[in-house]
Ligand binder design. Structure first.
Ligand SMILES: Cc1cc2nc3c(=O)[nH]c(=O)nc-3n(C[C@H](O)[C@H](O)[C@H](O)COP(=O)(O)OP(=O)(O)OC[C@H]3O[C@@H](n4cnc5c(N)ncnc54)[C@H](O)[C@@H]3O)c2cc1C
Length: 630
């Protein structure tokens, strides 16, 4: 057989949530791109929870959208329920979550990919990478075909040497019985890449018509739906919604699990991979939170095309017979008919400390990676990394500046910095608590924070960019106006304050000052704001938040100034830590291992103390002077 040889600019290995964003970014930036998957019928597959977004993950989706990515638009076209979470708390943790029709989500993403210029979708397993002098040259597929290219983005997810396990049953397949990818790991190890073995798990799927919903609490979507994408017209997403349902495990469920722990592959040692602490299986919950007498169980529709229901909160790898017993002990599931067993999946991924914050490998130029393969967990985390890796592969080929988002600019910056700087020995899941500047990194202002970056790399068009500049200007003008609108202690004003249980005015104040009162808001003071201009809802939202949290925002901006100073102190790529005399051994070893790009990144490496940073700063000053003399 004659060897097929093809040439592309970018090869993306994977058509999951990371691969789709990476391929679209590279192709939309004008690069000829080919995207491989073991099955074209599994594009943007959601092998686990049927939803996009949620706490902190909603922020990632909004940021991907603001930068010119696809996930937000795709879920706006295929959601079946939408809810804003944490509304009773501050805006920093408000998070959108939408239930997806999984099949529609995959089909819609495929349609977008197939209609994107410069992009080819290819079913086939990539088994080998070709490199020359530390630089990527191409890939080889199972059939022996060679695809030469200038950059590769690895987004292999949960497929590398995947193994699916429940009880003592184990299958060497990818998720949902799809083919595993069993060859690439060995090639990566030969190239000196350090691999990890991780695991994750999913609950059973149960036939909806075997569920008694009268024993559960119905969970409705929001009356007014907020779209994920800043480009989606809100009127287009006001659609009839599906419900989810809430029930609970009980003592009987927990007893069934406790009585069968020795048969759990998690506890029998059959599972080697490390699982996600913040996405525990029901077995783990019963063991780790033994004091809890019940755990929430969310019954979520998989889509409009089926009555299959996802049993959220009960992922497991217990034997099949125990699964029947366990699920049927839950109120409403007494007659459950299992469509798919719960299972755990083990797979190979990398130690992400081998990557620069651009998601390029330190030891192979032109090789990038994203998603679960980088040790993260979640559709949204994958999409965020895929977008950045795709942009940077394109920038590398074009010889343009690569995109690095820092911790003060985006949750994506926090995600990638945590992956490449901190020691992750389990799947990494994003949480709002990880973002120290979360008051600035709200989901509602992702466009104001990131549209410009998307425009600068070429993914956001001129019209969209101009729109956000106009929005910024309207926000500033309106804040300026209300800071200068004087309000007197008139009867009308006092009446309004009384209606909100707010202290009556003794003397004049400004409209902005009133809005800063906890019980008031930009909306609430409208009746006493005679000259209020007609402004869009999203501008009102920004005015309200920026005025109300002005003090906290200023304080956080001050902290960011300090942070940026350390981030700006770049460490020379060729600095030899052996020469930095008074560095402690542990710090020297860690700095050599991570090769941080800045003093800021160095200060976040565990084992590098503030004293080590001072030593490094002094040494870099002398180093700079020496260089200056040469
Ligand atoms: C059983 C299960 C349970 C999960 N549970 C959770 C959970 O509870 N919480 C959570 O946050 N996330 C969970 N996830 C993870 C979630 O699915 C992933 O985070 C997400 O899909 C990652 O996206 P990705 O693009 O990195 O990889 P994937 O979506 O896995 O896509 C990988 C792609 O790479 C392709 N591919 C792989 N190797 C090759 C190769 N050599 N050649 C060609 N193509 C290749 C595949 O065909 C596929 O298209 C679970 C996943 C599974 C499978």
């Amino acid at each position: 057989m004659k060897t097929v040889i093809e040439n592309y600019d970018v090869v993306v290995v994977g058509a999951g949530h990371a691969g789709c964003e990476a391929a679209l970014a590279a192709a939309r930036l004008g690069l000829s791109t080919i995207m491989f998957t073991v099955s074209v019928n599994s594009i943007a597959l959601m092998p686990c929870n049927p939803n996009i977004g949620g706490s902190s993950k909603g922020h990632l989706v909004k940021e991907v959208d603001a930068l010119g990515g696809e996930m937000g638009k795709n879920i706006d076209k295929t959601f079946i329920q939408s809810k804003m979470l944490n509304c009773s708390k501050g805006p920093a943790v408000h998070s959108l979550r939408a239930q997806a029709d999984k099949q529609a989500y995959s089909n819609e993403m495929r349609r977008t990919l197939e209609n994107t210029e410069n992009l080819v979708i290819r079913q086939g397993e990539v088994t080998k990478l070709l490199t020359e002098n530390g630089k990527i040259k191409g890939v080889v597929t199972y059939s022996g075909a060679i695809y030469n290219c200038k950059a590769v983005v690895l987004c292999t997810g949960t497929y590398l040497k995947a193994r699916c396990i429940y009880g003592d049953i184990s299958n060497e397949t990818g998720p949902d019985g799809l083919q595993a990818a069993n060859y690439l790991t060995d090639c990566l190890k030969e190239l000196g890449i350090e691999m990890f073995r991780f695991k994750t798990g999913t609950p059973a799927r149960i036939a909806g018509n075997s569920i008694d919903y009268s024993k559960m609490e119905e969970q409705f979507g929001d009356k007014r739906v907020v779209p994920f994408s800043f480009s989606t017209d809100p009127e287009e997403v006001q659609i009839p919604q599906q419900s989810c349902w809430l029930t609970y495990t009980n003592e009987k469920t927990h007893e069934i699990i406790r009585n069968n722990l020795e048969r759990s592959p998690l506890y029998s040692g059959m599972i080697e991979g490390t699982g996600p602490r913040y996405c525990p299986s029901i077995e783990d919950k019963v063991v780790r939170f033994a004091d809890k007498n019940r755990h929430q169980v969310f019954i979520e529709p998989e889509g409009l095309y089926t009555n299959e229901m996802y049993i959220g909160g009960m992922s497991s790898s217990l034997p099949e017979d125990v699964q029947y017993e366990m699920y049927r002990s839950v109120p409403g599931l007494e007659n459950a008919r299992i469509v798919k067993n719960a299972y755990a999946i083990e797979y190979d991924c990398i130690n992400p400390r081998q990557l620069y914050p651009t998601l390029e490998f330190k030891n192979i130029k032109g090789l990038f990676s994203a998603g679960q393969f980088n040790g993260s967990s979640g559709y949204e985390e994958a999409a965020a990394q895929g977008l950045i890796a795709g942009i940077n592969a394109a920038m590398e080929i074009k010889g343009e500046e690569q995109l690095i988002l820092d911790r003060s600019e985006a949750y994506i910056g926090v995600l990638i910095d945590d992956l490449v700087t901190k020691e992750n020995h389990e799947p990494y899941r994003m949480m709002t608590s990880r973002a120290e500047y979360r008051l600035l990194l709200r989901q509602d202002n992702a466009d104001l924070r990131l549209r410009k970056k998307g425009y600068q790399v070429g993914l956001v068009d001129e019209e969209t960019y101009q729109k956000v500049l106009e929005k910024e200007q309207r926000i500033d003008e309106e804040i300026h106006r209300i800071e200068h609108v004087n309000i007197g202690a008139t009867e009308k004003v006092q009446k309004l304050l009384e209606s909100y249980g707010s202290t009556p005015l003794k003397s004049g104040t400004t409209l902005a000052e009133l809005i800063r009162r906890p019980e008031l808001s930009y909306e609430a003071v409208e009746p006493i704001d005679e000259d209020r201009p007609d402004i869009p809802w999203d501008v009102k939202e920004q005015v309200d938040i920026n005025v109300k949290y002005d003090g906290y925002i200023r304080r956080q901006l001050k902290q960011v100034e300090q942070f940026k100073k350390l981030e700006a102190k770049k460490i020379p790529e060729d600095l030899n830590y052996e020469e930095v005399g008074s560095l402690r051994i542990e710090a020297r070893q860690k700095l050599e291992m991570y090769r941080p790009v800045s003093i800021g990144q160095a200060s976040r490496i565990s084992g590098v103390s503030p004293a080590d940073i001072s030593v490094l700063l002094v040494y870099m000053e002398q180093y700079g002077k020496r260089r200056g003399k040469e």
